[in-house]
Design a protein around this ligand. Structure first.
Ligand SMILES: NC(=O)c1ccc[n+]([C@@H]2O[C@H](COP(=O)([O-])OP(=O)(O)OC[C@H]3O[C@@H](n4cnc5c(N)ncnc54)[C@H](OP(=O)(O)O)[C@@H]3O)[C@@H](O)[C@H]2O)c1
Length: 328
């Protein structure tokens, strides 16, 4: 099969088209003929050599989410059959014509969605469900702040949290991105380059703060995140793009009884991911079918142009998701 491989750690140009053996299904897996594969920021970190794949993932083929048709099923697979159209969360190997996935990490493609749209869903939907609703325990009527509102994670968070009844504030790096986030449903988008988000959150919440913050920035955002949380607030970290070492006033954590937590999805066990898939299918998939939540595709690239797709992601010009396509 054809695959996009990381030839060595480096810039976008190290992504090259190569021939690889088609992967074999384990008993609990399906083999998917991939028509589209989503790109996520963790793929960029992996390409640079800063995010090594877990031991059981393909060593040099990136890609955490795919959509396509099942062409083979493992001996113990019960739910799926050959010919089913699925999207799947995978531990790596998504930038390829064929990819295996544990059966519990596959979800049916809603009838109204294309392969490209379906491929844009798993990584951010699993991550947001797990971190905002399971770890962050966001409740209807509560208020959420998500940094990077126009990112793949951001557009998913805005839509899911609004659909489930929360007020949503976001930060983004330009006025255009802010307008985009508000059109998608955010109650207020803060241009963090021109406005101090901490001051703005204070104004927006009459000094009370928000109940949950989803943050991938870290660094100097930490003190303002702590100040922006309400009593009993929850801060959920999913990355620390501006630095892992932070300044933290523990007095404020105690005084407001805050929870600081975080997680990384990729290395978690199959059963954990399968449980998230069940929640998504029950609570979120109907909202995709009805059109209340929509995949947000910024641009697609033929798989052979994966380098250009990574270049675009690193420019941070995009709003929403970037997806690779495979012609077969
Ligand atoms: N823990 C997990 O399990 C998990 C899973 C998936 C993703 N993630 C993380 O979630 C984040 C978003 O992923 P994604 O795929 O949605 O990425 P993405 O679409 O590329 O979005 C990243 C956004 O972050 C902002 N940004 C980039 N560099 C920044 C910096 N140095 N300082 C401040 N803002 C910066 C940019 O928006 P602006 O232009 O508005 O600044 C950019 O649009 C990534 O950090 C990724 O590693 C974590």
């Amino acid at each position: 099969m054809k695959a996009i491989v990381i030839t060595q750690p480096g810039g976008p140009e190290v992504l090259q088209l190569a021939e690889r053996l088609t992967p074999q299904c384990q008993p609990n897996e399906v083999l998917i003929k991939v028509f589209a594969a989503g790109i996520n920021r963790p793929d960029v970190f992996q390409r640079k050599g800063n995010y090594p794949p877990p031991p059981h993932a393909p060593a040099d083929i990136p890609g955490l989410e795919v959509a396509g048709i099942i062409t083979e099923i493992g001996a113990s697979v019960t739910r799926w059959k050959i010919g089913d159209k699925v999207c799947a969360l995978v531990v790596g190997g998504g930038y390829a014509e064929y990819c295996t996935a544990p059966e519990g990490q596959c979800l049916p493609i809603p009838e109204n969605l294309s392969y490209i749209e379906a491929a844009s869903l798993p990584e951010t939907f699993f991550t947001v469900w797990s971190n905002v609703f399971d770890r962050g325990k966001l409740q209807p009527g509560e208020t959420l702040l998500v940094h990077g509102g126009s990112s793949g994670i951001g557009v998913t968070t805005i839509q899911m949290a609004k659909a489930l009844g929360s007020k949503v504030y976001v930060t983004a790096g330009s006025d255009e991105k802010c307008t985009f986030c508000e059109q998608l449903g955010a109650d207020k988008a803060i241009n963090y380059k021109t406005t101090d988000f901490g001051e703005e959150i204070k104004k927006l919440t009459d000094g009370k703060g928000v109940n949950v913050i989803l943050d991938m920035i870290g660094g100097d955002y930490m003190p303002r995140n702590i100040d922006s949380l309400a009593v009993e607030g929850r801060l959920v970290m999913i990355n620390a793009m501006k630095g892992r070492e932070v300044q933290l006033d523990l007095g404020k954590v105690m005084a407001k009884r805050l929870t600081i937590t975080g997680s990384m999805l990729r290395s978690r066990e199959i059963e954990f991911k399968a449980a998230i898939a069940q929640n998504l299918e029950q609570k979120i998939w109907p909202l995709l079918s009805s059109g209340k939540i929509k995949p947000i595709i910024y641009k697609t690239f033929d798989a052979k142009d994966a380098s250009a797709a990574h270049q675009l992601m690193e420019s941070s010009e995009h709003t929403g998701k970037i997806v690779l396509t495979f012609a077969h």
